[in-house]
Design a protein around this ligand. Structure first.
Ligand SMILES: [Zn+2]
Length: 267
């Protein structure tokens, strides 16, 4: 439970352009441990260039801050409060209840059918991914306010690519979940990276068996392994021949031609 100023680094890592509302570091209650992200639109018609005071100070019936981040139409993410904000109200999402459990973003949109600029949607995705990574929750924990409570419709309206908030939230979550290769490697432990490398080498080995080029050291390893296997088979033949008092050549003559040919390659 605390205020989360460290989130700034995660936002920068995700390539977001940031703005800072003075005092954001200490704004909002420190009883705050976000395990999800509630997306909103602010229902303000004017295209603001700094977050309206309302989002920071609140209104007579609702104490501020009213969000943790405010998302400008051009994709700029404004830090409003590092502590708990009054944004979600009564409702829940996948077991989360209360504003102490969810980060809240108010995005600039009139909420009356105004189209969402592509750069704003891109930034919403990056912002959600950054929060999910920083607070260790999955993309499934990102929701619309309308999913949190049936009292609300936000965020709502058309994107520029044919999607709409109210129809395509699972698409939005899929965009949030889609990791870049770099992010993917960053999430892996050393042990997992070693296992992945092993799997890649095995695939290279399979490629070599089918005549595909493998890197020379791998090919050498595979050939050494094949030689070792052939010698083991010959040892078994010799042992059986000795125990049964038979000629090893006689046993080998009983083998399938391709097996004999493989064994003949042993030096
Ligand atoms: Zn809302």
């Amino acid at each position: 439970m605390s205020r989360h100023t460290g989130v700034v680094e995660a936002l920068r890592d995700h390539g977001l352009t940031l703005g800072f509302c003075p005092g954001w570091e200490t704004r909002g209650s420190s009883t705050f441990w976000p395990q999800g992200h509630v997306c909103h639109h602010d229902a303000i018609a004017a295209r603001w260039t700094t977050p309206p005071g309302l989002l920071i100070a609140g209104r007579p019936d609702l104490a501020g801050p009213l969000c943790n981040t405010a998302l400008q139409a051009d994709g700029t993410v404004w830090l409003v409060a590092a502590g708990r904000a009054n944004h979600a109200g009564t409702g829940s999402w996948r077991g989360l209840v209360g504003n102490s459990t969810v980060w809240g973003t108010e995005a600039q949109n009139a909420g009356t059918g105004q189209e969402w600029p592509q750069e704003q949607i891109d930034a919403y995705v990056r912002l959600s991914a950054a929060l999910a990574e920083y607070f260790s929750f999955s993309a499934e924990m990102v929701c619309r306010h309308a999913e949190w409570t049936s009292r609300k419709i936000d965020p709502w309206g058309p994107w520029t690519d044919g999607h709409r908030w109210e129809h395509h939230m699972s698409h939005f979550r899929a965009l949030v979940a889609r990791p870049t290769e770099e992010d993917f490697m960053a999430t892996m432990s050393e042990q997992e990276k070693t296992a992945l490398l092993g799997a890649v080498q095995e695939i290279n080995g399979v490629g070599a068996a089918f005549g595909q080029p493998a890197r020379p050291p791998l090919r050498d390893l595979i050939e050494a392994e094949n030689r070792r296997t052939r010698r083991m088979v010959l040892d078994v033949i010799d042992a059986v021949a000795k125990a049964a008092k038979l000629d090893p050549a006689k046993i080998r003559s009983e083998l399938r031609p391709e097996t004999r040919a493989a064994l003949d390659k042993v030096d």
